[in-house]
Every structure is written in C-alpha cells, then in structure tokens.
Unconditional design. Structure first.
Length: 246
C-alpha cells in the first residue's frame, strides 16, 4: 500500500474513532482532515519558470510546464523527479517577439515541445521555410483552463499567421493518477480560399550525460509510432533506436 493510500486509511480510522467516542465533537474536523489526505488530484498553477511566466500542470505522477508566450511551448516534462526536455540556457527568461526576431534575421531556439507546419522547404505558398520567427512558432499564445476536474485540460490559442493562412490551437489533458498526457492539435484556415497543410510536433529532449554535462548521450532515441494504412517498419541503417509501427 502506497503512502497516499496509507494517509487516506489513517484519515478514515480517525473518522471511525470519532464516531465511536465523541461523534458530535470531532466529526467535522476529521472529515476535513480525511479530504486533505486523499491522493493528489490534477492541478493547474501559475509559476515562475526560468524567469518566464508559466503554467504548471501536475498530478501525482507527472509535471508539465507551459510558457504560452513562447509560441505555446511545453517547456518541460518532469516524471519521477527527472526533467526530460531541453531548455536552451542561452535564452532562459528571454523573449523575442516575431517582429523583433525577424529584424535580427534569426530564429531563437528556446527548446521544449511545439507544433510546426508541414511540409517544410522553399519559401513559397506550399512550404514552410522554417524554423523561422513567425506567429506560429514565436507568437504569444493565450492560455485557457477547460477543466480542473479529472481529466484536467487546458487550451492554447495562437495568433493568426497571414503568410501560411494558419492559426494554431492546442489542447492538453491529463488524469489525476496517470502519467499519460494527451495532445490535440488544431489548424484553422484564416484566409478566404482553400489551403493545404499538415502539422508536426517537434520535441527537443535533454540528452546531456549526467556524469559529464558537457557531453551528450549517443544511445538515446524515442520510440516512434507510425500510424499508416499499411504500416511498414522503417529502421535507419546502423540505428540503435527502437522504431515501432501500429
């Protein structure tokens, strides 16, 4: 039995004891104590993260940190006390709006997890020439709480991008007692004619060697699930990674 379960049993035990010895004296106090000692539900909190204004989404298993200003990025995922995503130390606490970044003719790599258009390629109406500073990647996204009861859920809405004709939204949901995270990405056509785009989620993992922070692990590769009508596993030559298709 876990510590949270033991805490709940202790609270229940005190309720039974009060009911037996002095039901009119301590039942209200013990009921409140028992509720406070129940397992932690999913929560949403405003925090300061690396000098950015952020929102923290958490439950008893996992913690997510979102910085809406940075293109709606999920900047960190912490599981079992370990942070998994890369946060660029060069830009911690800094923000370059698309207009300012375009003036510098450069893209600022904050790290984290974000969504980009596909296909990438030449700068024409059929390709996204990224990564580049634009409202999709660097825009200030709004943050809205959809539900604070399990499953908890939030929504991020980005500004419109006239060059691609796209506007992005992203919904993230999670339960109270599970490390599973669910993402729902939405593309909206903001122009008055049909357009054709796809979407990709781009995640930067922190693969630094804990014993030697100046180096990185060459043994890392996530499991990739390919959702295809006729799935055929593709394994790069010499790759130590595990690839899966479903």
């Amino acid at each position: 039995m876990g510590s949270s379960s033991r805490a709940f049993v202790r609270g229940l035990g005190s309720l039974l004891l009060c009911a037996t010895l002095a039901p009119g004296v301590c039942s209200q106090h013990s009921s409140k104590q028992a509720l406070e000692e129940q397992p932690t539900a999913c929560r949403i909190e405003s925090i300061d993260f690396e000098d950015w204004q952020a929102s923290q989404l958490l439950n008893s298993s996992v913690k997510l940190i979102i910085v809406p200003q940075l293109g709606g990025r999920l900047m960190q995922v912490v599981f079992d006390g370990h942070p998994y995503l890369f946060v660029n130390p060069r830009y911690k606490g800094r923000y370059f709006p698309p207009s300012e970044a375009q003036g510098k003719h450069r893209w600022f790599n904050y790290g984290g997890d974000k969504i980009w258009p596909l296909p990438e390629g030449d700068p024409d109406e059929h390709h996204w020439p990224g990564p580049l500073p634009d409202p999709l990647d660097d825009g200030d996204y709004s943050f809205k709480i959809l539900s604070e009861a399990s499953p908890c859920s939030i929504r991020l809405d980005g500004p419109p991008d006239p060059k691609t004709g796209l506007q992005y939204s992203r919904e993230i949901s999670w339960d109270s007692q599970s490390p599973q995270i669910r993402f729902h990405a939405i593309m909206k056509n903001i122009v008055d004619h049909p357009i054709q785009w796809s979407i990709q989620s781009v995640t930067q993992y922190d693969t630094n060697d804990p014993q030697n922070p100046g180096d990185y692990s060459r043994e890392f590769c996530p499991v990739v699930a390919l959702l295809l009508a006729n799935p055929t596993p593709w394994i790069p030559s010499g790759s130590p990674c595990l690839w899966a298709s479903t």
